[in-house]
Design a protein around this ligand. Structure first.
Ligand code: NDP
Length: 289
């Protein structure tokens, strides 16, 4: 069997077309959706992500601005920036690019994310947004997991009643991903670094989402034939190429559906962000799910 490849770039283009249509509608009401990205420090991967976010935002008519801060920025200064953006009516969405510099403690990072007005929390990482997801209430959903759900839907992958395994339990990807699959009526298992016999757990799954950060960890013989495999991982090899958490060639020979890296989840994450910004500008965070 050769897996159907889920083309994240093509799907992201389709999402951007929807967003563009909403942006034009908003323009008719005199509203220009605004996104502010706060980038502290000079992490090279973050610089690349922030540039692509700004570029894609511009393509759909979202006014994006990047607030660049030095790596030595204090938690107090970061909080002040967030407060200023909360009060700025031209800003509908605020994103604090993670990871924050090493000088910001995890507690302070939590305070900074909590300071974002939940109505502007287009990254879906505020505890109010995460709580809304748990409670099944309206709120912004983290961009990577919502992009993954769209990819499954676009290819008609059945979820209800299926067994799903999410590898990874981060707040950004693994946990919200598991909640979205649960809300779509999958039977969900969340695996992590202490999971016993990971391969056996993964082999039971009709849907596998790998969000680990370990290059090509998921091998072909881990996969149930015909399963849908979503590869969230982005890992740079010593040769400088990007690979996912899934061994693409081996898994493509067994799976029913597979997302590539690059060109899979990455573009959909950014498209979901733009979608969330357009909803924030329309005053509809509830439509985010
Ligand atoms: P984190 O490092 O926050 O989480 C990684 C998770 O993987 C943890 O829960 C960890 O378990 C688990 N894990 C680590 N080693 C193993 C192992 N050997 N077996 C099973 N589980 C393991 O990463 P993120 O969730 O932020 O990101 C995951 C990957 O996705 C990264 O490669 C990242 O670059 C990529 N990413 C891609 C995005 C995109 O747009 N495509 C967006 C966000 C992330 P434990 O909790 O026990 O430590």
């Amino acid at each position: 069997m050769a897996a159907e490849i889920i083309d994240g770039r093509a799907l992201a283009r389709a999402v951007r077309r929807e967003v563009k249509a909403r942006v034009s509608e908003l323009a008719g009401r005199g509203v220009v959706p605004g996104l502010a990205v706060v980038l502290a420090g000079d992490d090279p991967a973050s610089q690349i992500y922030v540039r692509s976010k700004a570029k894609m935002a511009a393509r759909v008519g979202i006014a994006a601005r990047t607030v660049r801060l030095p790596a030595e920025v204090s938690a107090g200064d970061l909080l002040a920036v967030v407060e200023r953006l909360n009060a700025d009516e031209a800003v509908h969405g605020i994103l604090v690019q993670l990871p924050l510099p090493a000088g910001i403690s995890p507690e302070d990072a939590g305070r900074i994310l909590r300071a974002i007005d939940p109505a502007k929390d287009v990254d879906g990482l505020h505890p109010a947004s995460l709580g809304a997801l748990v409670a099944g209430e309206p709120g912004f959903v983290a961009c990577t997991p919502s992009g993954c759900m769209r990819m499954l839907a676009a290819h008609g992958v059945p979820i209800e009643g299926k067994r799903a395994v999410v590898i990874g339990r981060s707040t950004i990807v693994g946990k919200p991903m598991a909640l979205l699959l649960l809300a779509a009526h999958a039977t969900v298992t969340v695996c992590h670094s202490r999971t016993a016999d990971l391969k056996a757990r993964v082999r039971e799954a009709d849907i596998v989402v790998a969000a680990v950060g370990r290059p090509q960890m998921v091998r072909g013989d881990w996969i149930k034939p015909g399963a849908a495999v979503i590869d969230v991982g982005i890992n740079r090899t010593p040769e400088g190429t990007l690979v996912g958490d899934v061994h693409f060639a081996e898994v493509a020979a067994v799976a029913g559906h597979l997302t590539p890296v690059p060109g899979g989840v990455g573009p959909m994450t950014i498209a979901s962000l733009l979608h969330n910004v357009s909803l924030a500008a329309a005053g509809r965070p509830g439509g985010a799910r």
